[in-house]
Design a protein around this ligand. Structure first.
Ligand SMILES: Nc1nc2c(ncn2[C@@H]2O[C@H](COP(=O)(O)OP(=O)(O)OP(=O)(O)O)[C@@H](O)[C@H]2O)c(=O)[nH]1
Length: 704
C-alpha cells in the first residue's frame, strides 16, 4: 500500500484549522439543525471492537462510559478543538502535530483541557469523570436504562492543547442480539442510525475492526461498503493487534491485499480489559502501543505508520483535505442557505412593531384592496391553471345559473289534461268562445314561480365563492403571523356576507315575483295569439292526409276539405266538437245523463281531447313556451345583476368601511396584533441562522 512519509504530513495548516474551528463555533451556537453538512468522521464497528478505546486514545483522556451491553446508545458528536495554552479564545496558530503531547494525568483536572456539552451551554467540565457521568445521564434521559437507542445526538466539545482538531461521531456498536429489555429490532434500529450518519457524502467512515477477528466479517467494513462501495472515504482501524495469535499479523491488510481502501488502514493497540480495570492511564497505553509496534518484528520498520498518534494525524489530515475539497461546495451551500433563511425572515416580517393602529389599518386596507382586485380579476397572482375570483363567479352566472334556468321545463308538472282543466275552470260558468288568456296567464305565472329556486341557489353559489375568496386571502403568510387578526377578519367578513345575503335574496325573490305578478303579453318578443293559432292550424293541416277532389282527382286546398265533424250525430250532439264538457260527458252512459246526478266531488276534465281542445291546448302551450323564454332570458340577465348589486359589488365597495367599523377599536388593537408563537419562534431561529450563516460566509470568503 502506498503510504506517505508521516513527517511530510502537514498538520500545520493554520488557515484551515482556524476555519474549521470557526465554522464549528458558528454552527454550534445555532440552536437549530446545522444547515451546512460539515465534514466529520463517523466511527462504526461491531460491539466491543474497540471504538471507545480508539476515541479515548485520540483524545488522550478517559471520558467514555464503559460497561457491558450497548454502552453507546446515542450518537456522540465529539468535537476536538485544539487550543494552545490557557488562552480563552480559539488559537489562531493551529496545531503542531509534531509537538503533540499526551497528558499523563488522566483523572486530574487541567485548566487547559475541558469539555462542554451543547445541552448545558456555558458549563465547562474540567473533570473528565464528570463528562462520563454526564454522557451516561444524558443517554438515559432520552433512552432509559438499558433500553433502546436514540438517534438524537449528544454534542460534546473537548478543548485541549493535546488534541488535533477533529470532529468524530461515535455511534452505537453494531449488534445482533437484543439483550434485557432492548427492543427486538435493535439491530435494524442501530443499522439505520449508523447508515444515516455515514451516508452523508461529507462523512468519513472510520471502520473499526478487531484484528483478531476475520476482516471479511467486519460489520463496520460491510456497512461502510454499502454507502462507499469504492472505499473512497473509509479508513480502516485495526484494534487488538496485540491479541493476535503468535505468528499472525495485519501486514497483508495494511498493504491493501485483503480489502483495499483508498485511505488505508491503521493498526492500534488499546488498553485491554485488565488495564482498564487496573486504571492504567492512557499515557501508559500510548507508551505501550508505541513499544509494541517498534518492537514487533512485523511492524518494526513501519512503526511510524502504526498506532494512535499516527491515526490522529492521519484523520486530521484527511479531514482537512476533505474540507479543502468540499470548501467550494460548502461556500455555495452557505450562500444558498443564507438566501433561503433571509427570504423567510423577510416574509415573517419585522418584530419591531410600529404603531399598532397603523398596522391594523394597513392590513384592513390591503385586505380590502385585494378582495376588490380578486373580484375584478386584476390580481397579480392570476393563475393560468384555474379560474379564480371574479372569473369563478362569472362561471356561476353564465354556465351554472343560465343552464339551470334553461333546464326548467315550463310544462314540467303540467299535463295537457291539466291545461284543459284550467281552460274549463278559467272560462268559469260560461263556456269560453275563444282560447282563454286567463288559462295561459295562470299557468305561466305558476311556472314562473318555479324559477325562484334556481335563482336563490345562484345567490348561495356566489356566496360560497366569496367565502372561498376570503379563505384564499386569509391564507397569506401575514395572517400566519397574526392569528388574532385572521380570526377576527374571518368572523367579520362572514358576518358581512351573511348580512348582505338578506337583501340579495329578497331582491331575487322580488324579481321572480315581479315576473309572475304581471304577464306582459305586449312584450315585443311575445308570440301573439293569432300567430300561435295560425301555427297550430298549419301544423294540423300538414298532419292531415291530403283530401282529393273525387271529381277532378286533384288535391283539395285544406279549407275546402270537409270538416271531420261535419256529420251530425243522431243524438244531436256534434261528435267530437261537443263543447267544453263534451268529452267529459261522452264517457257517461245515457241513463246516467238522464238521471242528472250531482257532479262528483273531484271533477276533472277527462277522456281524450277533442281536436278543438287539442288545438287549444297547443296554442296555450305555444304561448307559454314563448313567454317563458322571455322570462327565462330576463332572469338570466337580471338575477346576476341583483346579486352583483346587493352582494358582490356591495361587499366590494363597503368592505373597508365594514372592517374599520368592526375591527378598528383602540382597545382591541394590541390583542389583534399578538403574533403567533410560531412566528416568534421561527423568526428567532431564522435570525440566528442568518447571523451564523453570515458569519460562516465571512469566514469561508477569507479562504481562497
Ligand atoms: N488487548 C486489547 N484490548 C482491547 C483493545 N481495544 C479494545 N480492547 C478491549 O475490548 C473491549 C471493548 O472495547 P471498547 O473500546 O469498549 O469497545 P467498543 O467498540 O467501544 O464497545 P461498545 O461501545 O460497547 O460497542 C474492552 O475490554 C477493551 O479493553 C486492544 O487494542 N487490545
Amino acid at each position: 500500500m502506498a503510504q506517505t512519509n508521516p513527517n511530510a504530513i502537514n498538520v500545520n495548516d493554520p488557515g484551515l484549522i482556524t476555519l474549521v474551528n470557526k465554522l464549528q463555533d458558528v454552527f454550534t451556537t445555532v440552536g437549530v439543525q446545522n444547515p451546512i453538512d460539515l465534514p466529520q468522521i463517523a466511527v462504526v464497528g461491531s460491539q466491543s471492537s474497540g471504538k471507545s478505546s480508539v476515541l479515548e486514545n485520540i483524545v488522550g483522556r478517559d471520558f467514555l462510559p464503559r460497561g457491558t451491553g450497548i454502552v453507546t446508545r446515542r450518537p456522540l458528536i465529539l468535537q476536538l478543538i485544539n487550543r494552545q495554552g490557557a488562552a480563552s479564545t480559539p488559537t489562531e496558530n493551529g496545531v503542531n502535530g509534531d509537538t503533540k503531547k499526551i497528558d499523563s494525568s488522566d483523572a486530574a483536572s487541567n485548566s487547559d483541557e475541558w469539555g462542554e456539552f451543547l445541552h448545558i451551554p456555558g458549563q465547562k467540565f474540567y473533570d473528565f469523570n464528570k463528562i462520563r457521568e454526564e454522557i451516561v445521564k444524558e443517554t438515559e434521559s432520552k433512552t432509559g436504562k438499558n433500553a433502546g437507542i436514540s438517534p438524537a445526538p449528544i454534542n460534546l466539545r473537548i478543548y485541549s492543547p493535546n488534541v488535533l482538531t477533529l470532529t468524530l461521531v461515535d455511534l452505537p456498536g453494531l449488534t445482533k442480539v437484543p439483550v434485557g429489555d432492548q427492543p427486538r429490532d435493535i439491530e435494524r434500529q442501530i443499522r439505520e442510525m449508523v447508515l444515516k450518519q455515514i451516508s452523508k457524502p461529507n462523512a468519513i467512515i472510520l471502520a473499526v475492526t478487531a484484528a483478531n477477528t476475520d476482516l471479511a466479517n467486519s460489520d463496520g467494513l460491510k456497512l461502510a461498503r454499502e454507502v462507499d462501495p469504492e472505499g473512497q472515504r473509509t479508513i480502516g482501524v485495526l484494534t487488538k493487534v496485540d491479541l493476535m495469535d503468535d505468528g499472525t499479523d495485519v501486514v497483508d491488510i495494511l498493504a491493501g491485499r485483503i480489502i483495499p481502501l483508498r485511505l488505508g488502514y491503521v493498526p492500534v493497540v488499546n488498553r485491554g480489559q485488565r488495564d482498564i480495570e487496573n486504571k492504567k492511564a492512557i499515557s501508559y497505553a500510548l507508551e505501550n502501543e508505541k513499544n509494541f509496534f517498534e518492537n514487533h518484528k512485523a511492524y518494526r520498520n513501519k512503526a511510524s505508520y502504526c498506532g494512535t498518534p499516527y491515526l490522529a494525524r492521519k484523520l486530521n489530515l484527511i479531514l482537512m483535505m476533505h474540507i479543502k475539497q468540499t470548501l467550494p461546495d460548502i461556500k455555495a451551500r452557505i450562500q444558498a442557505s443564507l438566501q433561503k433563511y433571509g427570504a423567510e425572515l423577510a416574509s415573517l416580517g419585522d418584530s419591531m412593531l410600529g404603531n399598532s393602529g397603523n398596522i391594523v389599518l394597513n392590513i384592513i386596507t390591503e385586505f380590502s384592496n385585494e378582495y376588490r382586485t380578486v373580484l375584478e380579476g386584476n390580481s397579480v397572482e392570476l393563475s393560468s391553471v384555474e379560474l379564480s375570483g371574479g372569473a369563478r363567479i362569472s362561471f356561476v352566472y353564465h354556465e351554472l345559473y343560465s343552464n339551470g334556468v334553461k333546464a326548467v321545463d315550463p310544462f314540467d308538472q303540467v299535463k295537457d289534461i291539466d291545461i284543459r282543466t284550467i281552460l274549463y275552470n278559467s272560462s268559469g260558468s260560461s263556456p269560453a268562445l275563444f282560447v282563454g288568456t286567463t288559462a295561459f296567464e295562470l299557468i305561466v305565472k305558476q311556472q314562473i314561480k318555479r324559477l325562484e329556486e334556481p335563482s336563490l341557489k345562484c345567490v348561495s353559489l356566489v356566496y360560497d365563492e366569496l367565502v372561498r375568496i376570503l379563505g384564499q386571502l386569509l391564507n397569506k403568510p401575514m395572517f400566519r403571523r397574526y392569528p388574532g387578526i385572521k380570526e377576527r377578519l374571518h368572523a367579520v367578513v362572514i358576518a358581512f356576507f351573511k348580512k348582505s345575503m338578506d337583501p340579495t335574496n329578497k331582491l331575487v325573490r322580488d324579481l321572480v315575483a315581479m315576473e309572475s305578478c304581471y304577464v306582459n303579453t305586449g312584450h315585443p318578443d311575445f308570440l301573439n295569439g293569432h300567430r300561435a293559432m295560425a301555427i297550430v292550424n298549419e301544423r294540423h293541416n300538414a298532419a292531415k292526409p291530403v283530401q282529393v277532389d273525387p271529381k277532378t282527382g286533384k288535391p283539395l286546398p285544406p279549407s275546402a276539405a270537409p270538416p271531420r265533424s261535419a256529420s251530425p250525430s243522431l243524438d244531436g250532439t256534434n261528435g267530437q266538437d261537443s263543447g267544453f264538457f263534451g268529452s267529459f260527458f261522452a264517457s257517461k252512459s245515457k241513463k246516467k245523463m238522464a238521471a242528472m246526478e250531482a257532479p262528483p266531488p273531484m271533477l276533472k276534465a277527462s277522456g281524450t281531447l277533442s281536436e278543438k281542445e287539442t288545438q287549444e291546448v297547443e296554442v296555450i302551450k305555444l304561448l307559454i313556451n314563448s313567454y317563458y323564454n322571455i322570462v327565462r332570458r330576463t332572469m338570466i340577465d337580471m338575477v346576476p345583476k341583483a346579486i352583483m348589486l346587493n352582494l358582490v359589488t356591495m361587499t366590494k365597495e363597503e368592505m373597508q368601511r365594514e372592517l374599520l367599523e368592526q375591527m378598528y377599536r383602540t382597545k382591541e388593537l394590541d390583542e389583534l396584533l399578538k403574533e403567533s408563537d410560531y412566528t416568534i419562534r421561527r423568526r428567532k431561529e431564522c435570525q440566528q441562522m442568518v447571523e451564523s450563516l453570515s458569519r460562516a460566509s465571512e469566514i469561508v470568503s477569507q479562504v481562497q
